[in-house]
Ligand binder design. Structure first.
Ligand code: MN
Length: 242
């Protein structure tokens, strides 16, 4: 089972192309943005477009896709509109408030159903108080406790892979290379630990160690350099195999 950390959210697209090559996957996408724009600044492959490309490629089933935590200022409703037109379940933060974490967990299980699915967690789903080290922070996000409950609540889904994206240590408080691992990645690894509960003992390596190595750019067993958005570090795709 590939567990991937980034870096720019563009990484989800090639992963989904591989994992969803035989049949479209369900998707639990936790983010403050739908990432279903058609293009931005002339690029069709950037961190605002991966899930639109994945729909077009037939690698995810929009009817079995739920996007959770959507909020924030946008200059266009294009992504929101596309997701809903495709039949994705778009859960804005207001609805998260109304249904509560347990209600959102039930909704995720209902939408994805008992078939293979993928989890993509954008760290900007968290409130910037908890994870400021990201390129597009949005106020009013999940607390760490809520996020951990949410991810743990996905236990029982047929997860075939997961990623944690948009981590940008240079944007962390007191940023700079030397501050990369401690504040930001400790928070990330907490999410991964929660995710590992879902995937059992699939990840054999110590996840926080692996992510710290990834952050220093010293571990790149597989994959391609990630497309970089402003401020994103040159992370490599890292796969932890079951
Ligand atoms: Mn985002």
């Amino acid at each position: 089972m590939p567990l991937t950390t980034g870096g720019d959210h563009t990484i989800s697209y090639p992963i989904l192309k591989a994992l969803g090559a035989r049949s479209p996957l369900g998707l639990v996408h936790i983010d403050s943005h739908t990432d279903t724009w058609d293009s931005f600044a002339g690029s069709r492959f950037m961190h605002g477009t991966p899930f639109r490309r994945a729909v077009e490629a037939g690698t995810i089933d929009p009817q079995r896709t739920i996007q959770i935590g959507i909020r924030g200022a946008q200059t266009s409703c294009e992504g929101w509109d596309y997701s809903r037109e495709q039949g994705m379940r778009v859960v804005f933060m207001d609805e998260v408030e109304a249904l509560g974490i347990e209600g959102i967990i039930r909704e995720a299980h209902r939408v994805v159903a008992d078939e293979p699915c993928y989890l993509s967690f954008d760290i900007d789903a968290l409130d910037p108080v908890f994870a400021p080290g990201t390129g597009t922070p949005e106020a009013g996000g999940f607390t760490m406790r809520e996020a951990i409950r949410l991810v743990r609540g996905l236990c029982g889904l047929q997860l075939v892979g997961a990623d944690l994206a948009e981590v940008s240590p240079p944007f962390d408080i007191g940023g700079g290379p030397r501050s990369m691992a401690p504040p930001c990645f400790m928070r990330c690894s907490a999410c991964w630990r929660a995710a590992r509960i879902c995937v059992g003992s699939a990840a054999k390596r110590n996840d926080s160690d692996e992510m710290a190595m990834c952050a220093r750019g010293t571990l790149a067993k597989e994959g391609v350099p990630c497309h970089q958005s402003a401020g994103s570090p040159p992370f490599k795709l890292v796969l932890a195999r079951a």
